[in-house]
Design a protein around this ligand. Structure first.
Ligand code: SF4
Length: 118
């Protein structure tokens, strides 16, 4: 089945869309729930070094599913598809969720729902 990973992407931490939530509390809560095998945060997955991060991470064949909380799911799919393709990771195993403009509690709920449903 493979390992489940969770990434939080936060538009460099400067975008007002993430100012209503405590991003480290979101990450810590998901860690404590033990519903994924690992969690990580990246400031800007859609930048060149974000591409490199995704390519390097997803080349690991032990990872079966990747959950990413950040911007709009369609934007994520469009921006990450090349990196996933290069890593040989099936794009259908990427599960995105939009958490912009949410509070800490709302973001945690949306992420937990995403993980539980997939
Ligand atoms: S991938 Fe989305 S959430 Fe992450 S930095 Fe780019 S626009 Fe922001």
């Amino acid at each position: 089945m493979g390992k489940k990973g969770f990434l939080l992407c936060v538009c460099q931490g400067t975008c007002p869309s993430f100012h209503e939530m405590d991003i480290f509390e979101v990450l810590n809560t998901i860690r404590r729930e033990n519903i994924v095998d690992f969690v990580s945060i990246h400031p800007q997955l859609c930048a060149d070094d974000g591409d490199e991060f995704l390519k390097t991470l997803m080349a690991n064949k032990e990872i079966g599913k990747l959950f990413v909380a950040g911007c709009d799911p369609r934007m994520q799919q469009k921006m990450f598809k090349d990196a996933f393709k290069e890593a040989g990771f099936d794009v259908n195993h990427h599960f995105p969720v939009d958490i912009r403009n949410m509070t800490t509690e709302q973001a945690v709920d949306a992420i937990k729902k995403l993980i539980e449903q997939n």
